[in-house]
Design a protein around this ligand. Structure first.
Ligand code: CUA
Length: 347
């Protein structure tokens, strides 16, 4: 295609490409909260486009108007030009911004981020915000607890949040260090994780699918790689997943996996990571009890496969500089392969 032909097609190509990558777009909604927010976004976007077009038309008219000289130009108050300033500069922005403000406040009311925000006049909570899930932000990953009154049924995982379609899940948001912000655009707006002040969000997906999320508050060097994946499943699939997560770490079966487990448990890994059912009980790094079942590693940034796991163990500081995970380069090739085999079978 010639250069001259390709330029006019660029906007169309961009739109098409945007249509393919629907992962992190707040216009591509898959939950009731995000859908309500998107109505405001569409209103804003369309009004912005209309105002922009009108402005450009006016600019164009002004640009091509015949120039006069100073004698020919009457003062603005003689020709009634003030009305342009009053309408275009004051009335239209005032109406538009008032609508946005009131609409925005109404949306804030619809999505309480604290139990008392939803309380009615009698003090009863309009929204039962008892949390089903606790998400704890870390530099730079997400710790995810599935809560249960029966402590033995609680589950801790990382960076991959499973949701049952059509069943709202209350999420309590905390942070272990600095401020973060949870944003899964397909499901909900941003809600901050603030030290010492837990916030709440109700996540609900209206159809099965995988929705990418992202930390939306600058929190340090690896803020951009603090991602997470929300997987919405049918309630039956979700319950089966949760039951599987409640099990202790899978016991290794092959010689390689058994050797990998020994290396994992006797080395530095178990100081930071937990594998339930073993002596590995560290709590400063992601729980690895079911690491093999997760799609990605390093806060949903690299594929969970042999190559990336080996690279992560030996050169985490190259893959994610300044992360807490150190480079562990003292393993032999076989030791490394055994350890990866052990981790992969932790389904
Ligand atoms: Cu966490 Cu940005």
């Amino acid at each position: 295609m010639t250069r001259r032909l390709s330029w006019p097609l660029m906007p169309a190509a961009c739109l098409l490409m945007a249509g393919c990558h629907t992962l992190q777009s707040s216009f591509d909604t898959h939950g009731p909260a995000a859908e309500q927010i998107s109505h405001l976004e569409w209103f804003e976007t369309i009004c912005f486009l209309v105002i922009t077009v009108v402005m450009w038309v006016l600019f164009t008219i002004a640009f091509f108007r015949r120039r006069g000289n100073l004698n020919e130009h009457a003062p603005i108050d003689v020709t009634g030009g003030e009305s342009w300033i009053a309408i275009g500069g004051i009335a239209i922005p005032l109406v538009f911004l008032t609508i946005l403000f009131v609409w925005g406040l109404d949306l804030l009311r619809a999505f309480p981020i604290h139990p008392m925000h939803g309380a009615d006049k009698q003090g009863a909570m309009a929204h039962d915000m008892k949390p089903d899930i606790l998400i704890v932000g870390h530099q730079w990953w997400w710790e995810i607890h599935y809560l249960n009154d029966d402590k033995s049924k609680q589950v801790i995982t990382a960076n991959e949040i499973h949701l049952p379609v059509g069943r709202p899940m209350n999420v309590r948001l905390e942070t272990r260090d600095v401020m973060h912000s949870l944003w899964i655009p397909a499901l909900h707006g941003k809600v901050d994780l603030i030290p010492g002040m837990p916030n709440y969000v109700r996540l609900e997906a209206s159809q099965p699918g995988e929705y990418e999320g992202q930390c939306a508050e600058f929190c340090g060097a690896e803020h951009a790689r603090m991602r997470l994946l929300a997987i919405a499943q049918t309630p039956d699939e979700f319950d089966a997943w949760l039951d599987a997560q409640r099990m202790p770490g899978h016991e290794p079966t092959t010689e390689s996996e058994k050797s990998g487990q020994q290396i994992f448990l006797s080395g530095p890994c178990s100081m930071c990571h937990t594998v339930r059912g073993t002596v590995a009980g560290g709590s400063v790094a992601p729980d690895l009890t079911h690491i093999g079942s997760r799609q990605m590693i390093a806060s949903n940034y690299y594929k969970n496969n042999d190559a990336f796991l080996e690279a992560w163990i030996t050169h985490a500081q190259s893959l994610k500089p300044q992360a807490e995970m150190p480079n562990l380069t003292h393993f032999s090739g076989k030791q490394l392969a055994d350890m990866v085999a052990y981790l992969r079978q932790l389904q």
